[in-house]
Design a protein around this ligand. Structure first.
Ligand code: ME8
Length: 624
């Protein structure tokens, strides 16, 4: 049993490609696991309590409950549009969840890990997190406002779990995925873990705490939210189910890198305290930027996943996000790249393979696919490759490394395109070598059949269309049960499943045009080299110019530069290596000769010479 969870989303802002990405990763894992015969429970939902939600509701002049009812519906609709196959949707305002949170609190309290105290410090409402002084930059946390809080509070003894957490990381190498992220967690714990304030009294949109006589406390929203994973597994209400899903399940929590600490430090400590098994994997993914910039409302570059799906279709959109991102690292979204991927991978590699095959079949044998003749070494090699890919895809998927899994499938697709070029079925037909032609055509059909299944968790509808065109009616759910393509199948109608996006590509070409462009020959006429400044002096009768004597590696030269204003102590430039254009026509400026030009940068009216690090030798040429 694979238990796969997304973070539960704040039903506060519209979803963007970043939020959609976490859920698409989970959905892809869920679909691959099902395809490879595993039982899956896939949970997502909305995180509906806390100060941020209460404030949004007030701003919109509705009650918090009305606010979350409306907003969580938007998420449900979005997941439908993105073909998300979750089999549970949790809302933290549901009674089943409120009960679980109270059960966990009681457990942790009974275990002596909750005590009453006073929280005095900073809180960031936007991130719903307590903040220490050392986390502040210019008085802000991650660029966001913080407020002073001073209120009675229940605390969770997080500090007690530092060593246990470190030990757990050490003993479970596949707990944090990708592995490199473990180091930042260890460093954070080694700085010293403080106990965590887990209740609030200054507002009331949350789950009430009934541990002691102390009234008016509600649960801190992260303690509440993290518990959703237990609610989904029916903790404390259905022992058999919980054993199956949680205790005997392989648990994957997917998160963005910003919320890894909550999942890899606070959450495991809560579970240790409550005596519950820890999740098996926390998968932390990177950030999506748009055309190289951070996505933000103020920049107006937030990408709406629904708009993208309407433009490109859900399959291509999912394919792009998964193929273009390396697990754990940041990735960049651009329409240009999207169109290139669709055209190269989907239209050319996969789409053409299917189209060419169907076209040849019709021409050579008609609508019914013949049985294979005897396989040769080349076919044996292809079947070997398929078996490798079948295994490799699952192992990459288990590491949530979908870009690598897709790469592996595309190896097989490329191999098949090459197979057509190598075997040249048109020649076999011309030569009337029909025996060999039968084998080649059957191998093509069988491999496209197998590839259709391999890509089905990503290209959900398209894979069905592919199978339809191959004439397959009985679509199986388990890849180990698909068998081989059945000979004598009558093929369906061929029509392109991934049309090339021509118009777009042209638009991008136009966009790429640059005004007053110079060509590479023009540019290579400019000779730029590293020079060392030997002497600097002021030029009499000029308030702008400095006179430099530089070593070009071959000779000494005098170069004038109008940067006096920007260097208060020009003498300090002696010994520095900078860049100079050396083949500029010499000029005379206020009676002084200048044999070249020093290169500078300008930013906010501040001009600086471009300094070159010491390891680069004088005379080195600038290359491109
Ligand atoms: O954090 N690129 O919810 P949330 C990639 N309620 N991922 C991004 C992103 C971007 N530009 N921006 C956001 C919460 N995300 C809590 C979770 S779980 C017990 C509680 C990701 O709606 C982010 O990293 O603010 C997170 O995984 C997800 O979107 C939900 O963020």
């Amino acid at each position: 049993m694979k238990y796969i969870t997304t973070p539960i989303y704040y039903p506060n802002a519209k979803a963007h490609i970043g939020t959609a990405y976490t859920t698409i990763l989970c959905d892809t894992l869920a679909r691959y696991e099902r395809l490879y015969g595993q039982e899956v429970k896939f949970l997502t939902g909305t995180d509906e309590h806390g100060q941020k939600i209460q404030e949004s509701a007030e701003k919109n002049k509705v009650t918090p409950q009305q606010w979350v009812d409306k907003m969580s519906k938007d998420f449900i609709d979005l997941w439908k549009a993105l073909s998300i196959s979750n089999d549970d949707f949790i809302r933290t305002t549901e009674q089943r969840h409120i009960d679980t949170v109270q059960k966990i609190l009681q457990k942790v309290y009974d275990n002596g890990d909750i005590y009453l105290g006073e929280y005095k410090g900073k809180y960031c409402v936007s991130e719903e997190t307590f903040v220490t002084e050392s986390q502040l930059v210019d008085g802000k946390y991650m660029g966001k406002e913080v407020i002073e809080v001073s209120e009675p509070s229940y605390f969770f003894r997080l500090s007690k779990y530092a060593d246990k957490l470190l030990k757990y990381y050490e003993e479970h190498d596949d707990f944090i995925i990708p592995k490199q992220r473990k180091n930042e967690l260890i460093a954070f714990i080694n700085q010293g873990l403080q106990d965590l304030s887990i209740s609030r009294t200054s507002f009331n949109w949350g789950i009430p705490i009934n541990l002691t006589e102390e009234k008016n406390h509600i649960v801190y929203v992260w303690f509440d939210a993290l518990t959703n994973y237990l609610t989904g597994a029916k903790y404390g209400t259905d022992e058999e189910y919980f054993n199956h899903v949680w205790n005997n399940g392989d648990i994957y929590h997917f998160v963005g890198k910003d919320i890894l600490r909550f999942h890899a430090i606070i959450w495991p400590a809560m579970l240790m305290s409550a005596g519950i098994k820890l999740p098996d994997h926390i998968v932390a993914h990177g950030w999506w930027t748009v055309n190289g910039e951070k996505m933000s409302k103020s920049l107006g570059n937030v990408v709406d996943p629904i708009e993208e799906v309407e433009k490109y279709g859900v399959d291509a959109f999912r394919y792009f996000l998964l193929r273009e991102s390396t697990l754990g690292q940041d990735a960049d979204y651009s329409e240009n790249q999207m169109v290139l991927r669709i055209n190269a991978d989907l239209a050319n590699d996969l789409g053409n393979l299917l189209n060419r095959t169907l076209g040849m079949q019709k021409k050579y044998f008609g609508e019914v696919v013949k049985e294979s003749g005897e396989r040769t070494e080349i076919e044996n090699g292809i079947y070997e490759l398929y078996n490798e890919v079948l295994k490799d895809v699952y192992s990459k998927v288990e590491e949530a490394n979908f870009s690598k899994a897709l790469e592996s499938i595309w190896k097989l697709i490329s191999r098949m395109n090459k197979y057509i070029d190598e075997t040249m079925p048109w020649n076999l037909f011309k030569e009337n070598n029909l025996d060999r032609l039968r084998t080649v055509m059957y191998t093509l059909f069988d491999m496209i059949y197998k590839c259709s299944y391999l890509v089905s968790p990503v290209l959900i509808d398209s894979s069905k269309k592919m199978l339809n065109q191959l004439g397959v009616v009985d679509i199986k759910t388990n890849i180990y049960e698909i068998g081989d393509y059945v000979p004598n199948t009558k093929i369906g109608n061929a029509s392109p499943i991934f049309p090339r996006i021509e118009k777009k590509e042209k638009e991008f070409d136009d966009e790429l045009k640059i005004q007053d462009a110079i060509n590479i020959d023009d540019f290579s006429k400019v000779k730029i080299s590293v020079v060392e400044i030997l002497k600097v002096s002021e030029v009499e009768s000029s308030d702008r110019l400095l006179k430099f004597i530089v070593d070009t590696g071959k000779e000494k030269r005098q170069i004038l530069s109008g940067i006096k204003h920007y260097y208060k102590e020009p003498k300090k430039l002696v010994g520095k290596k900078v860049l100079a254009v050396l083949n500029l026509e010499p000029v005379k400026l206020v009676g002084n000769i200048s044999q070249g030009m020093l290169l500078t940068t300008e930013q906010k009216k501040n001009v600086r010479l471009i300094e070159i690090s010491d390891e680069v030798k004088v005379g080195a040429k600038v290359k491109w």
